[in-house]
Design a binder for this molecule. Structure first.
Ligand code: C2E
Ligand code: MG
Ligand code: MG
Length: 711
C-alpha cells in the first residue's frame, strides 16, 4: 500500500464532523500518540498544532503555532503547494523528510458552509514503514535480478495455467523469446506422452505444499524435446488462501536424462550389435511366456549359434570377428516382425522369440528364412567369409512349461543341429536330452582319448608319376574308440575344433608323424616326406611355429621331410598373419601344401604371395574326371597353373586307371589314392612298402600297376 493510500484510508476514518468536536477529540486522543493534528487558516497561518509526532526529532509543537507557511524556515513551507491545493478544496497528502525521519501528512480543506476557512491536517511518522517498504522493494528487485540472471528457467503462471512471466533464460533453455512464452498455456509445449499425466502434473503444480520436483519433456523452438525438472510453488492470498499464481523453477536435465537412458540402454542392450542382451532377453521371454499363458497362445524360442565362429575369430582377429557379429545381427533383423525379439546372449549365440505363432510351421518358415539370409558370403577386410547358423527351436507350452527349461531345450536342439553338420535347424524333441548327454559323453571321451592312447595314425603313400618312386605319405588321424570303434576324422575333428581339443590332438599327430618318419629312416626305409593335416585353429595359435620347430628338434626329423597341409580357407583369413606364419614355417625348412585345392573361394593371387610348394587337387574333381568335362578342364587348369608357378601338383583320390591316364596325359607330377593304397596303419604300411619296395626305393612297374599304369 502506498503512502497516499494510507492517507486515503485515514480520510475514510475521519468522516465530516463539526470541526470543534473533531479537533477536541483528536486533541485528546493524540496528545500522547505519535500523531499530530494541526489547523492552518486560509491565509497560511498555523493556528493549532497538537501531538508529539516531531518530539522524537526534538521539535515541539510550540515551534509551529502562529508560524506562516510562507515563512521559508517553516516546516510547512516544504508542503506549501499541497496546502494551497487543500485551501482550494482538494484533499491531498504529502511526505516530508526531517532529520532522517519520514513523516506523512494528510491535508483536508475545512469548510464553514460553502466557504473554505482553512486546512485540517494530520501528521504521522512513517519512517519504519518507508524503510520496510524500501527494503521490500530492494528485495523484490534482488529476486527479480536473480530470476533475470538465473540459468534456470523461472516462469509464473496464473492458476488457470497461462504464463504471466518468463525469465530471460527461456531463450537459452527453450529457444523461445519471452513474448512467445507470455500468455501460452503451461501444457502448450508438452510432449504428447507426458500430456497423459498432465492432470496429475497440474495438480502437483497447484499443490502449495508440494515441493517435489517433477520431470517432463517440452518442445523447444527447434522442435526437439528436452527434459525439464521443475519445482513449483503456489503463491496464495494471505487472507483467503486462494492460489493467486504459481512460480515454477525449471532446470534443463536433458543431458542427465540422456546419460540415464544410456545407462539403461547399456544394462539392456548389447553394445556391439545393439540387440537386446541376456538380461532384456530373459525379461522379454518371461513376459512372452506369461502372455502366452494368459491368452492360450504359443511361443517359439530359437537358439542360434554360428558354425566355426571361433576359428574365424581366432584367425581373422577380434576386430573382424566383431564386424562379422554386427553383420550377422543386421541380417537377422531383416526377418523380424514387430514384436519379435532378437537377442545376443554373448559370443556367437543369438536367440529369437516369436510370439503368437500358430504352430511349428511358422517356426519352420522363420528358420528357413534365417538360413537363407545367412547364405551369401560376408565381406570382411576384403575376404569373403561364409558363416552358417545352427538353430535349435523349442515351442512353449509343448516342449517346456517354464523359461529355464525352454532355454535349455533350445540349446540342446541347437547342439543337435551342429551334430548334423550345422547350417540347419532342429526342433527340440524329448529324446534330445539323451542325445545331449551322449554329446557330453563324447566330449568327455575325446578329452581322455589322448591320455588313453586311443588315437592312431594311418598313412597313405604318394607316388611320383615320372620316377614311379614313393615321394611321401600323408598321415591321417583315426580314433580307435573302445565304445564306438574306429572313427575317421570327419566323425570327430569338427567337434575337436569347436571345443579347442584339436590343439593338443594336432600336436600329438605332428609329433607322432615326425617320430614315425625318423624311426622308419633309422630302420633303413627310404627317406620321404610325411604330410600332416592342420586345422585352422591349430595354425593360428600363437606358438604354432615354435611347436613345429620344437617337435622337429625333439624327434630329429630333418625339416625338409615334413610337409604341412593347409586349406585355402587358411589363406582367405588374415592375410598378413597367414603370410607371416607360412614364411616362418618355410624358413624352418618345412614344405607347405594346399589341400583340397579348387574348393575354396579365395583369390589366386596368394599363390604367388605365400611360400607354397605343392597344390593338392581335391578328390571331388578327380572323381568325375571322366564324366564331367568341367572337372577335366579345372584339373587341366590347375596343373598348368601349378607348373607355371613352379609348384608341384598332386592329385588326390585317384581310384581308377582311367583317372591315372588322364592325369598323366595332363602332366600331373604326383598322385595319391586308393589305386595305389588305402590309408594303412604303420605296420600295414611297412608291409606294403616292403612288398612294393623290393629294390630300395624304386617301385617296380609291374608290382604296382601290372597292366597299364606306367607305360
Ligand atoms: P584329406 O587331407 O583330403 O585326406 C584325404 C582323404 O581322402 C582321407 O580321408 C583319405 O582316406 C581319403 N582318400 C584317399 N584316397 C582316396 C580315394 O582314392 N578315394 C576316396 N574316396 N577317398 C580317398 P580321411 O582319412 O577320412 O580324412 C578326411 C579328412 O580329415 C582329411 O582330408 C583331412 O582334411 C582331415 N584329417 C585327417 N587327419 C587329420 C589330422 O591329423 N588333423 C586334421 N586337422 N585333419 C585331419
Ligand atoms: Mg590332406
Ligand atoms: Mg584333401
Amino acid at each position: 500500500m502506498s503512502i497516499s493510500d494510507d492517507c486515503q484510508s485515514l480520510n475514510n476514518d475521519f468522516s465530516p464532523t463539526p470541526i470543534s468536536q473533531s479537533v477536541r477529540s483528536i486533541q485528546r486522543a493524540s496528545n500522547k500518540a505519535p500523531v499530530s493534528t494541526f489547523n492552518i487558516s486560509n491565509n497560511g497561518l498555523i493556528t493549532s498544532f497538537n501531538g508529539q509526532v516531531f518530539s522524537s526529532i526534538g521539535i515541539t509543537e510550540d515551534e509551529f503555532i502562529a508560524s506562516s507557511i510562507y515563512n521559508e524556515h517553516s516546516l510547512f513551507n516544504k508542503i506549501k503547494p499541497q496546502i494551497k491545493r487543500a485551501l482550494a478544496g482538494e484533499h491531498c497528502d504529502a511526505m516530508i523528510k526531517l532529520r532522517g525521519r519520514t513523516f506523512s501528512i494528510w491535508l483536508s480543506p475545512e469548510q464553514d458552509y460553502k466557504e473554505i476557512t482553512g486546512v485540517f491536517g494530520t501528521c504521522i511518522e512513517v519512517t519504519s514503514y518507508v524503510q520496510t517498504q524500501s527494503a521490500l522493494s530492494e528485495m523484490q528487485q534482488e529476486y527479480l535480478l536473480l530470476a533475470e540472471y538465473s540459468s534456470d528457467l523461472i516462469t509464473k503462471y496464473k492458476p488457470d495455467g497461462f504464463c504471466i512471466y518468463a525469465s530471460p533464460s527461456v531463450i537459452n533453455v527453450l529457444g523461445y523469446c519471452i513474448d512467445e512464452m507470455m500468455g501460452t498455456h503451461v501444457f502448450h509445449y508438452f510432449h504428447p506422452d507426458d500430456l497423459k499425466s498432465k492432470r496429475k502434473l497440474f495438480a502437483k503444480l497447484l499443490d502449495a505444499s508440494s515441493s517435489d520436483p517433477f520431470c517432463y519433456r517440452v518442445r523447444n523452438k527447434n522442435g526437439d524435446y528436452i527434459w525439464l525438472e521443475t519445482t513449483s510453488t503456489a503463491i496464495t492470498h494471505s487472507q483467503t488462501s486462494e492460489i493467486i499464481e504459481v512460480i515454477a523453477v525449471s532446470k534443463d536435465i536433458t543431458e542427465r536424462k540422456e546419460t540415464e537412458e544410456r545407462l539403461l540402454y547399456l544394462a539392456n542392450y548389447d553394445s556391439l550389435t545393439g540387440l537386446p542382451n541376456r538380461a532384456l532377453f530373459r525379461d522379454r521371454l518371461r513376459r512372452a511366456v506369461s502372455r502366452a499363458q494368459r491368452n492360450d497362445t504359443q511361443v517359439a524360442l530359437f537358439f542360434i549359434d554360428l558354425d566355426r565362429f571361433k576359428t574365424i575369430n581366432d584367425s581373422l582377429g577380434h576386430h573382424a570377428g566383431d564386424q562379422l557379429l554386427r553383420s550377422v545381427s543386421r541380417r537377422l533383423k531383416q526377418f523380424a516382425r514387430k514384436g519379435d525379439t532378437i537377442a545376443r546372449l554373448g559370443g556367437d549365440e543369438f536367440t529369437v522369440i516369436l510370439e503368437g505363432i500358430s504352430g511349428s510351421e511358422d517356426a519352420v518358415i522363420v528358420a528357413e528364412k534365417i538360413i537363407e539370409l545367412m547364405t551369401p558370403a560376408f565381406r570382411l577386410d576384403g575376404h569373403e567369409i561364409v558363416v552358417t547358423p545352427s538353430i535349435g527351436i523349442t515351442i512353449f507350452p509343448n516342449d517346456a512349461e517354464d523359461m529355464r527349461s525352454l532355454l535349455k531345450n533350445a540349446d540342446t536342439a541347437m547342439y543337435r543341429a551342429k551334430e548334423q553338420g550345422g547350417n540347419c535347424f532342429q526342433f527340440y524333441t524329448s529324446d534330445m536330452n539323451e542325445k545331449a548327454y551322449e554329446y557330453l559323453v563324447l566330449e568327455n571321451s575325446l578329452r581322455h582319448a589322448l591320455e588313453r592312447e586311443e588315437f592312431k595314425l594311418y598313412f597313405q603313400p604318394q607316388i611320383d608319376l615320372h620316377t614311379h618312386n614313393i615321394i611321401g605319405i600323408e598321415a591321417l588321424l583315426r580314433w580307435d574308440s573302445p565304445e564306438r570303434g574306429l572313427l575317421t576324422p570327419d566323425q570327430f575333428i569338427p567337434f575337436t575344433e569347436e571345443t579347442g581339443l584339436i590343439e593338443p590332438i594336432g600336436e600329438w599327430v605332428l609329433r607322432t608323424a615326425c617320430n614315425e618318419a625318423v624311426q622308419w629312416q633309422k630302420k633303413g626305409l627310404p627317406a620321404f616326406r610325411v604330410a600332416v593335416n592342420l586345422s585352422l585353429r591349430q595354425f593360428v595359435a600363437n606358438d604354432f611355429v615354435s611347436i613345429v620347430d620344437n617337435i622337429l628338434k625333439e624327434t630329429g626329423l630333418e625339416p625338409k621331410y615334413l610337409e604341412l597341409e593347409i586349406t585355402e580357407s587358411f589363406l582367405a583369413q588374415n592375410v598378413d598373419r597367414t603370410a607371416e606364419i607360412l614364411t616362418n614355417l618355410h624358413n624352418l625348412g618345412v614344405q607347405l601344401s594346399i589341400d583340397d585345392f579348387g574348393t575354396g573361394y579365395s583369390s589366386l593371387s596368394y599363390l604367388k604371395r605365400f611360400p607354397l610348394n605343392t597344390l593338392k587337387i581335391d578328390q571331388s574333381f578327380v572323381r568325375d574326371i571322366m564324366s564331367d568335362p568341367d572337372d577335366a578342364t579345372i584339373i587341366e587348369a590347375i596343373i598348368a597353373m601349378g607348373q607355371s608357378l613352379k609348384l608341384n601338383v598332386i592329385a588326390e583320390g585317384v581310384e581308377t586307371e582311367e583317372q591315372l591316364c588322364f592325369l598323366r596325359s595332363q602332366g600331373c607330377d604326383w598322385i595319391q589314392g586308393h589305386l595305389i593304397s588305402k590309408p594303412l596303419s604303420a605296420p600295414q604300411f611297412i608291409k606294403w612298402l616292403k612288398k612294393n619296395h623290393s629294390e630300395q626305393v624304386n617301385f617296380k612297374q609291374e608290382v604296382l600297376w601290372p597292366d597299364i599304369a606306367l607305360n
